[in-house]
Unconditional design. Structure first.
Length: 182
């Protein structure tokens, strides 16, 4: 079964359940989502309220390809007992922190949180999931949202994988400098 959502030119959203053809169009995207979930027999949980201005909501994860990173792993004991302010440890099949933290941008909030965790607990969080759909670039004109979440996840993943391949900070910075990014 797959559910599809389409933003229409008139400002409405159309949702379709491909399994049975159920289709709904509404001005409220959440109402479309709720009706599709109900039709599919899935439990619908409304989204949390928006974060205050200057704050960002995200899920940091720690994942090692060749290791078990289960929530109960001993290396996360300190993080489970003393997570950074605004973060709550959560089990996503691996260790994760659900965070609502201040920052000028999502990247800033994540960078500060990752640095604090590394400094205080010796764990490098190497993945990110954010509210919304990080695979979509619907807001590429602004500095936050789904596009920023996708970018942040890619940077964290690139840093993790480069370390595993033997590349260091200098190589990553050289690559970024070579792109001309200011």
């Amino acid at each position: 079964m797959s559910l599809q959502f389409l933003r229409n030119a008139d400002g409405t959203v159309t949702g379709r359940n491909d399994a049975n053809g159920f289709t709904v169009t509404h001005t409220d995207e959440e109402e479309v989502t709720r009706q599709l979930y109900e039709d599919a027999g899935w439990e619908y949980t409304p989204p949390p309220p928006p974060v205050p201005p200057g704050h960002h909501r995200f899920l940091l994860v720690h994942d090692e390809d060749d290791e078990d990173c289960g929530f109960g792993d001993e290396r996360y004991a300190g993080l489970r007992e003393r997570p950074p302010e605004g973060c709550v440890p959560t089990d996503h099949g691996l260790f994760a922190l659900r965070c609502e933290r201040p920052g000028k941008t999502l990247l800033d909030a994540v960078a500060r949180t990752v640095a604090e965790i590394r400094r205080d607990h010796g764990v490098v969080m190497n993945g990110l999931r954010a509210d919304g759909r990080p695979g979509e670039w619907t807001d590429s004109g602004c500095g936050d949202g789904d596009a920023a979440a996708a970018l942040t996840h890619l940077v964290l993943t690139a840093a993790h994988r480069s370390r595993r391949l033997g590349y260091g900070r200098k190589e990553l910075v050289r690559l970024l400098d070579a792109t001309g990014v200011e």
